[in-house]
Write a protein that binds this ligand. Sequence first.
Ligand code: FDA
Length: 313
Amino acid sequence: FFDTALRPMITAAAGSERIKETSQRLSVTRRVVERFVPGETEDDVLAAIRESLEQGLSVTIDHLGEDTTEEAQATATVEAYLSLIRQMAQLPAPAPGSLEVSLKLTALGQTLPRHGRKIAEENAHMICAEARTAGVLVTVDAEDHSSVDERLDIVRSLRREFDDLGTVLQAYLRRTEDDCREFASSGARIRLCKGAYAEPPTVAFTGRDQIDESYLRCLRILMKGNGYPMVASHDPTMVGAAQELATECHRAPDSWEHQMLYGIRTDEQVRLATEGRRVRVYIPYGTEWYGYFVRRLAEKPANLKFFLRSLVG
Ligand code: FDA
């Protein structure tokens, strides 16, 4: 029932302005949000970064925001990233490659009515250039299926200048095996996740088993390729499969990594890092936490129960 009826309903709530405004006003919502988002300010996220680095984890930081409707919003997002990257460069010298930012092209203006693509690409270019100077990596997040072609085009174009630019591929999309083949043979950094948006069966697998099988097929392609696979999953089956495939493909421990979200299976993140595995934690921050928060609720029935219980108790 959760997968077939509730999950699509909750995910659809991410698009409702009325539910968004009500939730953002509720202080109980904020308490539950804190589990997944360490705070709204740059100082909040810098504290979370320091803590993660001390635990032996790498980080990737997402300045929350999507659905940009005005160019000024996109410019403000770029400013926030540039400022954050400069602050990250001041952190006590962590291991090379341990600092990264994650971007959403829609937050950078991709869906603006005129020249959206051009604006998003120029904004992403500015961030990539600053990040390169600061020794910070960049990965472009995946959003809903309608934006994939344009996103991958922008990534291909930016990779001509910034060849370490990474992007996300979502195993639930039927096209992703082909995308994995392309990017695995071009040496790219690819973050493979299952996918978190409500997608129609015409473009996406919808059953859990089908999604898991697709994830394993995609993972095999990436591990066999010449790129840098980033295994973004909390699922013990995927975590175990990644380790087995890495051994089978004779991959060195520093030629791929595990990735998990802030607040989810934190003990496992630290355990894997202590075992000597590369582990990166995805840390979102900012005031626009609503869409991100709703996707986390939709991933697990227990999260929803916890949230609903906090509303009444
Ligand atoms: P699955 O959903 O099967 O969960 C496995 C186990 O993990 C659960 O049993 C539970 O223990 C734990 N778990 C998972 N989600 C949880 C939650 N919300 N709360 C508590 N426990 C939870 N998606 C996307 O569409 N575009 C993107 O760009 C990204 N980016 C991204 C980056 C990183 C680093 C990660 C880890 C994930 C993403 N995602 C994403 C989200 C991804 O698509 C997916 O929705 C979640 O990771 C959940 O899928 P799992 O693979 O973890 O497995």
